[in-house]
Ligand binder design. Structure first.
Ligand code: BTN
Length: 269
């Protein structure tokens, strides 16, 4: 294992926890780094094996989707995993769905009322006072040589307790705020790994179809969403997913496909 270029490191546990077999067998546990996705990508290029995970207590340059910053104060879970899967580039979107499902199921198992918002945000479910606030995000990046995928880096950020910057106060929340329980990041990690492993294995075995149905069963039901990437930013009702992971949205009786970018949840009418 190539040592990470990070500020500090400790040897991690040797065996995947609580039911995980291959995921987390190799662990890099950092006190701090720029981005665990960058650390995992560097390790992957240096030959890190399938299932290697990198966690950090703090990230100084945590990255979100669409070039955004992912605030990463102490107390959150910041995890990246290196996956070596027999997949083509077109098969990567289902992996991102699988990761969202796994994070959702982990939080539900901890009694957090959450749902999925396309493409992969885990948000507070519609029947709660904090409905729509984001609790977790997923950033999946691929390393490829031509059409072949060498490695997929799965990054997951989970807000567990406090420390969110004030500018996020209206959009985000934490597991502690939702459940009244402060879980240490390591405890949530051990709960998460078996779910992740299960859904990734299922993606490889079964392809996109089972994932689409599972994702739809967990999405914010009939969410009103604004298509911020389209002219006039129209609002419609999210219907579900196409096989390629695109979101189908009914806008005034016409079904539109959203394949990239993002949609914004609108308050319920
Ligand atoms: C998003 O919702 O925009 C995705 C956020 C992903 C954040 C995680 S935290 C661990 C990993 N390292 C990063 O720099 N980003 C991901």
């Amino acid at each position: 294992m190539v040592p990470p270029a990070a500020e500090a490191r400790r040897p991690g546990g040797a065996i995947g926890g609580d039911g995980a077999t291959w995921l987390g067998r190799q662990r890099i546990t950092l006190d701090a780094c720029g981005s665990t996705n960058d650390e995992a990508a560097r390790l992957a290029r240096a030959g890190a094996s399938h299932g290697t995970i990198v966690t950090a207590a703090v990230q100084h340059a945590g990255r979100g989707r669409l070039g955004r910053v992912w605030a990463s104060p102490p107390g959150g879970l910041y995890l990246s995993a290196v996956l070596r899967l027999p997949l083509r580039s077109v098969d990567v979107p289902p992996v991102t769905l699988a990761v969202g499902i796994a994070v959702h199921d982990t939080l539900r198992a901890l009694a957090a009322p959450v749902a999925l918002k396309w493409p992969n945000d885990v948000v507070v479910a519609a029947d709660h006072a904090l409905a729509g606030r984001k609790l977790a995000g997923v950033l999946v990046e691929a390393q490829s040589s031509g059409p072949r995928i060498d490695a997929i880096i799965v990054g997951i950020g989970l807000d567990l307790d406090g420390g969110l910057p004030p500018e996020l106060a209206a959009q985000a929340t934490t597991l502690a705020a939702l459940t009244g329980v402060t879980y240490p990041p390591s405890a949530v990690l051990e709960r998460l790994l078996p779910h992740l492993e299960h859904w990734i294995d299922r993606t490889v075995a079964g392809g996109a179809d089972t994932l689409t149905a599972a994702w739809e069963a967990r999405m914010v039901p009939a969410a009103r969403v604004r298509l911020v990437g389209e002219a006039g930013a129209p609002v419609g009702t999210a219907l579900g997913l196409d096989r390629d992971g695109a979101l189908r949205v009914d806008v005034g009786g016409q079904v539109r496909r959203v394949i990239a970018g993002e949609v914004v949840l609108e308050p319920l009418a």
